[in-house]
Design a protein around this ligand. Structure first.
Ligand SMILES: [Zn+2]
Length: 311
């Protein structure tokens, strides 16, 4: 039986915008997608509003954006879309005639995974999303941790390696700078340039796909790159467990899910080693289950909650 649409969720990615309408059980009813306009903030807002009308005209709208965002809905940093400083809240209110719920994409993904994905039944969760960058979100007592200004949960910018590369945020050695999909392919290029024997040297282009192929074929350099990223994620996860005491650590994001077979074992091992000195429960690390749908489902649920309706 098809449910009644109650909210619209939209995920704003670096390459595509995806939208859906949801029923009260967070089931997807109608989907739509389009390419993300890069470097044109007004067109981006137009496209978001157009998709919202297409999948569920007049319903509460939630939007997940690829970067930290203030409580008011202003994007603080989004270099991939070139929309840093964009007031998504005000821009969409003018276009939709109602205020949208605007949140960071990883936070939206965690809300989706908590409602109908891999984090169902867990009210204390730390999520790390590994994609172009490293995102994060924290659930405390079933609610997203927002912080004083709305910027809590930027777990990709915790310090991972003081001697590491400069991060996209300008700081040195962030987790994102050593464990993101971008960081892994950069490391692959460095090792190929250094003459290390690897299948990657034969790739037309050293990107996430080439790294994936090489790792699948058992290439030692590719596997080592992923293992080291996994170890960084494990050290960060141990610190985050010490801070938030979650019952579950969730690994998500396109590269995180795709490379989970290589990332997860070292991540688990390093996290366990660092927490072994405490007589405390050590949470499992689980791979997110909703894929690309998590963000738009979570955004829709946040819109529904902001409108005063359940769930
Ligand atoms: Zn950073």
């Amino acid at each position: 039986m098809t449910g009644t649409p109650v909210a619209v969720g939209i995920d704003v990615g670096g390459t595509k915008l995806t939208a859906c309408s949801l029923d009260a059980n967070a089931s997807i009813l109608v989907r739509a997608r389009t390419r993300s306009p890069v470097g044109d903030p007004e067109l981006l807002l137009d496209e978001i509003a157009r998709l919202a009308a297409e999948v569920g005209d007049g319903l509460p709208v939630g939007v997940g954006v690829p970067g930290p965002v203030s409580r008011a809905g202003v994007i603080s940093h989004a270099p991939n879309l070139d929309v840093t400083g964009l007031d998504v809240g005000a821009g969409l209110t003018a276009r939709l005639g109602r205020r949208p719920a605007v949140t960071n994409d990883a936070s939206a993904a965690l809300v989706g995974e908590h409602a109908v994905g891999a984090a169902t039944g867990h009210d204390h969760v730390v999520m790390l999303t590994v994609g172009t960058g490293v995102g994060g979100a924290v659930l405390v007592d079933g609610a997203l941790l927002e912080g004083a200004s709305g910027h809590a949960g930027e777990l990709g910018h915790v310090l991972a390696d003081p001697g590491g590369p400069v991060c996209g945020c300008g700081a040195v050695g962030c987790l994102e700078a050593v464990a993101s999909g971008t960081a892994m392919t950069r490391r692959a290029r460095e090792l190929v340039a250094a003459g290390r024997p690897t299948l990657l040297a034969q790739a037309d282009k050293i990107d996430g796909h080439a790294l994936d192929e090489a790792a699948r074929a058992g290439d030692e350099v590719a596997r080592t790159i992923r293992r080291e990223a996994g170890e960084h994620l494990g050290r960060a996860a141990a610190s985050l467990v010490n801070v938030f005491d979650p019952s579950l650590v969730l690994l998500g994001g396109g590269a995180g899910v795709n490379a989970a077979g290589d990332l997860l074992p070292p991540m688990q091992q390093v996290m366990r080693e660092r927490l072994a000195g405490f007589a405390r429960p050590i949470p499992p690390i689980v791979v997110a289950s909703l894929g690309d749908d998590a963000g738009m489902i979570g955004a829709g649920l946040l819109a529904l909650r902001a409108s005063g309706q359940k769930p």
